[in-house]
Design a protein around this ligand. Structure first.
Ligand code: MYA
Ligand code: JJ1
Length: 388
């Protein structure tokens, strides 16, 4: 059934439930001298390129490939529309490798037709912190689908990751592959219900009118938590401590240091927003919330071309109730003109979704590890990882 994935060091469906298999690497690393030195063969009309996303020209090409060919919902009404600034942020974290930003071009036209990326990350699984690659932005142009190009892209990124002496990876996908470590549900909180209904993102509920719906989702103009403010550079040590302690409770979570927190969580306009609560008496940082900006193109609507979506990222509540903290995040997102606030049911998100009027979406997100076995499938509440 999975001609390619059956050949890879990933958990196989036939092994599900076999508790005799050990947790950890599925196969041992090979000596670096045994890693293939040349790229995998592509069909003759195509060639590999390493994408220099610092270059505006290259960044534009990647942006355009993804804008027209990346992930859509199951009814092809919306397509992720990552911004160029977002792509630069997502692909250049501390210690990134340029060689892991891989494109495929048509030799004759020079057109970019496929893309895949890796970035390095330390991820903890149970007690073990493992340096992994996070794989994302796998995309094959619509005209080149179903020609088995994806397995070649995956093998090539694997080879380039191995060349850096890294042997594990983490990735997410909307499709079921062998085999998820966890399956999460997307939830959506309407901020601009009229637009969401107009573009077919959501529907008027039974026995609901438009004006009742608008009233249902109304939010206050300003946040309610005293000491709630935007995160700043000088907060990095305190936020890192707060986040590290919080993430310890999950079975799989990133191992963030201060450099990671600076990169991933310091606010970046229209890319990532982070807020915290600074205690009004002792100036302690007690709570934190964040979201990233990922618009979607609206396919074939007369009146609207993009949906502005915020995605819940990392949140930590030690003193403010998480419900109140996330309600403040919704208030901020509404003020910044987002149409919808999305969240997965990971970490403690399940504790506020229903009360804050999120509804379950029609999409699921499956989490995977490459060459690392987790003995038991995880519940979303055991997962402390959000990929972009
Ligand atoms: S997830 C986002 C993926 N992108 C999209 O959904 C965008 C729109 N779709 C496309 O561009 C294409 O449909 C893609 C497949 C490129 C997805 N992850 O070439 P094919 C398997 C992994 O004929 P195409 C993200 O970015 C499929 O099961 N495998 O198919 C994370 C089949 O294998 P098998 C996938 O439709 C990516 C084979 O590909 C996915 O033309 C993580 C068919 O190939 C998928 N999302 O192209 C990648 N979709 O026969 C893995 C299909 O065995 C990383 N397939 O079932 C692994 C770790 C690597 C590093 C390791 C380091 C140590
Ligand atoms: O956004 C998604 N679904 C929306 C739109 C559905 C449009 C028709 N298919 C949705 N809307 C309902 C919202 C409603 C608001 C009021 C309360 C009740 C709910 O459900 C879905 C997620 O649900 N998104 C996708 O399908 C996009 C792909 C998701 C997989 C992504 C994999 C990429 C990973 C890359 O690393």
């Amino acid at each position: 059934r999975h001609k390619f994935w059956e050949t890879q060091p990933v958990g196989q469906f036939k092994d599900l439930g076999d508790t005799s298999l050990p947790e950890g690497p599925i196969e041992p690393p090979t000596p670096l001298s045994e890693v293939k030195q040349e790229p995998y063969n592509l069909p003759n009309p195509y060639e590999w390129i390493t994408c220099d996303i610092d270059s505006d020209e290259m960044c534009n090409e990647v942006y355009n490939l993804l804008t027209y060919n990346y992930v859509e919902d199951d009814e092809n009404m919306f397509r992720f529309n990552y911004s160029k600034e977002f792509l630069r942020w997502a692909l250049r974290p501390p210690g990134y490798y340029r060689s892991w930003h891989i494109g495929v071009r048509a030799k004759s036209s020079k057109k970019l037709v496929a893309f895949i990326t890796g970035i390095p990350a330390r991820i903890r699984a149970h007690d073990n912190v493992v340096t992994m690659a996070e794989i994302n932005f796998l995309c094959v142009h619509k005209r080149l689908r179903s020609k088995r190009l994806a397995p070649v892209m995956i093998k090539e990124v694997t080879r380039r990751v191995h060349l850096e002496n890294i042997w594990q990876a983490a990735y997410t996908a909307g499709v079921v592959l062998p085999t998820p470590i966890s399956t999460c549900q997307y939830w959506h909180r309407s901020l601009n219900p009229k637009k969401l209904i107009d573009v077919g993102f959501s529907r008027l509920g039974a026995r609901m009118t438009m004006s009742r719906t608008i009233k249902l989702y109304k939010l206050p103009e300003s946040t309610v938590t005293p000491g709630f403010r935007k995160m700043e550079m000088h907060d990095i040590p305190a936020v890192t401590r707060l986040l590290r302690t919080y993430l310890n409770q999950f079975v799989v979570a990133p191992d963030f240091d201060e450099n990671d927190v600076e990169h991933w969580l310091l606010p970046k306009e229209n890319v990532v927003d982070s807020y915290l609560v600074e205690s009004t008496d002792n100036h302690e940082i007690t709570d934190f919330c964040s979201f990233y900006t990922l618009p979607s193109s609206i396919l074939g609507n007369q009146n609207h071309s993009t949906l502005k979506a915020a995605y819940s990222y990392y949140n930590v509540a030690t003193r403010t109730p998480l419900l109140q903290l996330m309600n403040d995040a919704l208030i901020v997102a509404k003020r910044k003109d987002y149409d919808v606030f999305n969240a997965l049911d990971v970490m403690q998100n399940g504790s506020f979704l229903k009360e804050l009027k999120f509804g379950p979406g029609d999409g699921k997100l499956h989490y995977y590890l490459y060459n690392y076995r987790i003995r038991q499938e995880l519940r979303p509440v055991e997962l402390g990882l959000v990929l972009l």
